[in-house]
Design a protein around this ligand. Sequence first.
Ligand code: TRP
Length: 348
Amino acid sequence: MTKPVILTGVRANNDLHIGNYFGAILPIVDMARRRSAEYIVNLFIPDLHSFTTPINHDQLFDSIMNNARVYAAAGLPLDDDAIQLYRQSYVSAHSELTIILNNFVGFGEMERMTQFKDKSAKLSNDRVSVGLFDYPVLMASDILLYNAMYIPVGDDQTQHLEITRDIAERMNHKFGELFTVPEPVAKQHQFFGKDQGLRIKDLQNPAKKMSKSDETGKGVIFLSDAPEVARKKIMSAATDSVGKVNYDKAAQPGISNLLEILTLVRQANGRAVSLKQTIDEFTGLERYGDFKKIVADEMSEFLANFQARLAQVNDDTILRKLESSEITANQTANQTLLRVQKAVGLRR
Ligand code: TRP
């Protein structure tokens, strides 16, 4: 029996921040470590998806490498053969399957994807690329090529997972058992746990998620921020006029966000404290400045340690991991592609 496959794509992004780290990167690394005895874990960098919206192409190659480095610094075991780490564009079957599947997916279906609607609404019509439109079909290929069952993704990607299931079922109905149909979203949530980690909010505007599109950067702590820069950002985080530390997301969103951040960085610094313990420890404290200083100290320690680990990551080791995973990925993906090529009449 071959082991079931868990698969997820980790975007190439040069300015990763603590929201990405604690909300996505660390949970994926923890999941990979816990599951790799019983599952095959495929982590890949969807580099062909990177330019569905405009980017700086001079930086793309570096971003891809940097993403792999960040995973290593976050503790991804590169010597575990059950964990694969590969680049999408190094496995040409992703592109080829997409071109085939495109002919079995409707214009209307793609037009109704909410991510497409949101992203295209911000651009003039001529700047909305066919690549952006086709994003979900490429994503379906990413998943179906490897017979993946479990796909941990954020809420913003569940619609793409649903369409992947639709495409797989449609093809199986038309051509016989071609694809493994991934588990439905409800089952995915059961498998991975619905609430994967806390969602860190912007420090200046705690009503919204921390996001790199923040114009000033003052509300966002980047993994590359010098510890002293991060300290200033925490010390000037927006709070409230209540004047007492309390975990109340509605009335004191800024303070609540800092309590969550403090819990996460303490855990990352090796202290086994829960959110509840942190809340109990600080509730009622009247001097926000003192509280922020504690958060800032803990954050500085985390960033200094993380940046030291990142500096130690060896690029040759990363490249060897990518290249060996890409050999394995090509083998699996090409088997699926051949099955599809035969089914649609391209091969005998
Ligand atoms: N679209 C995903 C995101 O933005 C990344 C991704 C691409 C992905 N292909 C995938 C995730 C396949 C899971 C499976 O986060």
